[in-house]
Ligand binder design. Structure first.
Ligand code: IPE
Ligand code: IPE
Ligand code: MG
Length: 230
């Protein structure tokens, strides 16, 4: 079965998952984080090299202080508790997005996490935090302008915050909505899209397996008549 090299996930539905169970939204984020850890480990076991997870959009920063504070507490827990596991598993951590908007202690934890996992060669976990695809494209365009010359498509792609990685092969969104919500806009031009009605905390390893099976059955044509399987 053909595995995608790069899987990106829009982890949506935490709040609704909690509300349905009469729990606070923060309980949904907490359950979502547990699922996020297990699913990323599952994907690396399946041979995926890059896993990019949408944890917080730039637009999410307009949510209530209460919700953001719960999310920041979870980020602290994650970055102080899960880095050793990543390092032991040979997984490098990268974080994309406007992280300068985060509380300073979280920025420090992110920096430490990146340094402690820098030697990982098995795969890369990319967390998108305070991330926005349009903002990233504008930032890259401004960087190109500063270079003082016109850039090619490849050069432009390399200026994006995901510039070091191949574009996503499979982009999954949980939580029933069918939109990109400002995620990897440039990079997803030829990603295979997969939508699940399940809320993220309820999206199991078996659901991920189904998404991978579905991906393996796709015919990626890139505008050609027949996929080149050579
Ligand atoms: C996704 O879950 C996680 C974040 C955006 C931080 P939501 O919080 O958007 O959950 P729903 O969509 O309201 O259920
Ligand atoms: C997208 O979910 C962002 C993340 C999952 C981090 P949202 O819940 O913010 O998206 P919209 O508002 O439904 O488009
Ligand atoms: Mg949502």
């Amino acid at each position: 079965m053909e595995s995608p090299r790069h899987v990106a996930v829009i982890m949506d539905g935490n709040g609704r998952w909690a509300q349905k169970r009469l729990l606070p939204r923060s309980a949904g984020h907490s359950a979502g984080m547990k699922r996020m850890i297990a699913l990323s480990e599952y994907l690396f076991r399946r041979g995926v090299k890059v896993v990019t997870l949408y944890a917080l959009s730039k637009e999410n920063l307009s949510r209530s202080e209460e919700e953001l504070s719960a999310l920041f507490t979870l980020f602290r827990t994650y970055f102080s508790g899960s880095i050793s596991r990543l390092a032991d598993g040979g997984i490098r951590l990268d974080v994309i997005g406007e992280t300068e908007l985060l509380p300073e202690d979280i920025q420090t934890l992110i920096q430490e996490g990146k340094e402690r996992t820098a030697k990982g060669e098995k795969g890369t976990l990319v967390l998108a935090i305070c991330y926005g695809g349009r903002q990233d494209i504008v930032r890259a365009a401004n960087a190109a302008v500063r270079m003082g010359k016109e850039v090619t498509e490849e050069e432009f792609a390399s200026l994006l915050s995901t510039g070091a990685y191949p574009p996503p092969d499979l982009l999954i969104r949980t939580g029933k909505e069918k939109r990109l919500s400002n995620f990897l806009l440039f990079e997803s031009a030829y990603a295979e899209l997969y939508f699940s009605d399940k809320m993220f905390p309820a999206f199991t390893d078996a659901d991920m397996e189904r998404a991978l099976l579905d991906y393996a059955s796709r015919d990626r044509r890139y505008g050609k008549i027949k996929a080149d399987k050579s």
